[in-house]
Write a protein that binds this ligand. Sequence first.
Ligand code: IPD
Ligand code: CA
Ligand code: CA
Length: 269
Amino acid sequence: MASYLENASQIAKEAGELLQGYFERRVTFELKGEHDLVTVADRASEKLIVDRLTALYPTHSILAEEGGGHGGASGYQWYVDPLDGTTNFAHGFPIYNVTIGLEYQGELIAGVIVDPVRKEVFTAEKGSGAFLNGQRIHVSKVSRLEDSIGVTGFPSRKRHQSVNIHFFYQLSMLSHGVRRSGAAATDLAWAACGRSELFWEFNLSPWDMAAGVLMVREAGGTVTDMRGAEFNLRGQHILADNTLIHQETVDLFKDVFAGKYADKLPQIG
Ligand code: IPD
Ligand code: CA
Ligand code: CA
């Protein structure tokens, strides 16, 4: 019998092929909120994934971004983002993914992130490591923030209330630079395989993070909230890093939270 991870990977790959077809044809978008896009591709991918998971595991609970999931009392909880990076996708900007994570009794046990553009399949299973197209991956060995690349994102909802620009600014000044890809699960997968040293973001949802959190941990990284406290999948903010620069990052973020650099932001206009 195929494992949860094997089945989830197969389903995510099929959803990725479906998305790539839409991506090449280009689709129009609708707005769910002021800057929150959704497309026919998000919905088609979610239906494929939820139908397939439900057929295999009818008693499992599924939380899916576009609302197609359902409850279940088995202790197994799936998290599905059928298209992470919808804004990129709708603009033809080629960074997006399909991500599926699985929790059992509150513990993340399996995750897959499929990048249909690069044909990259990231997988992780608790205690068994993280893999990219079947090859073991590890976080980077960079040990100083000043030698690092950081990655972040900004929420589509309540953007005006986001404090993240302060963190973005400080990290940009201190490191080799900060990137914003537009797909949180890709950001986590890339931290797991050493393409960046850290990823942080406010206002994420469990489906954005579930698979990627396990990926980073299984690749030797550390995942906490942005103050260095225990990570909570429903807690909305995350710091995922290569472990070596964890304390330095938490110390910097503590200063930013405390307003130490608030007056250093340049005023515009
Ligand atoms: C979004 C992306 C983006 C992040 C946003 C997410 P979606 O997911 O992951 O990188 O900055 O916070 O909402 O809406 O494209 O699935
Ligand atoms: Ca997402
Ligand atoms: Ca999505």
